[in-house]
Ligand binder design. Sequence first.
Ligand SMILES: C[S@@+](CC[C@H](N)C(=O)[O-])C[C@H]1O[C@@H](n2cnc3c(N)ncnc32)[C@H](O)[C@@H]1O
Length: 211
Amino acid sequence: MQTNSVAAAYDKWAPVYDLVFGGVFKNGRQQAIDAAEKIGGRILEVGVGTGISLPEYANDTRLVGIDISDAMLDKARERVRKLGLSHVEAIEVMDAEHLVFADESFDVVVAQYVVTAVPNPEAALDEFARVVRPGGEIIITTRIGAEGGLRGQIEKTLMPVTSKLGWRTEFPYGRYEAWAAKQPNVTLLEHRSLPPLGHFSLIRYGKRHAA
Ligand SMILES: C[S@@+](CC[C@H](N)C(=O)[O-])C[C@H]1O[C@@H](n2cnc3c(N)ncnc32)[C@H](O)[C@@H]1O
């Protein structure tokens, strides 16, 4: 997968994205937002897409949304304007693997259904850990692929098709575990299963002060 082809795929999804993926991820999004609001403050939504989750955040949060697809962000900008979402600080085109923000400049980083779409997910996770402050959280909703077996084989076979559509089917939880094991200041706080079918998860990491 390459960033420009992922952006092109989501540019094509933009007109119908909310219709196709609005309902199916609604419950997971709300669980992520509820978790983020427990910390509150300045929140970065990575892969904010059409901004479908923005109206659901409390008015006393400050939201920054970034995404690689300008067409998806056009929808987000329109939503912010139409609904008068004054708690949205900025909406910007940006690659999750190369965030322009200063270290420790957010209280929470939320990434909903985006990590498996990024060409180098570990580079994006590194960036999330860099820009979140100690005591803050990284909150991810994500598809979790099988570790092997028949479902693993099917997911591997589907990869050439789904990567053209903008996401990976093959993405075992072990990949998150391997990333977290290398982080000196990041701790897994929670891993809970999400609908539909339990093929998705909500993962919360906490950032500690450097030792
Ligand atoms: C499945 S959509 C999820 C959108 C939204 N978060 C939601 O809950 O519906 C994945 C989003 O991630 C964005 N994305 C993919 N790769 C990205 C990257 N490298 N940097 C930033 N955003 C990216 C896509 O453009 C798309 O809007």
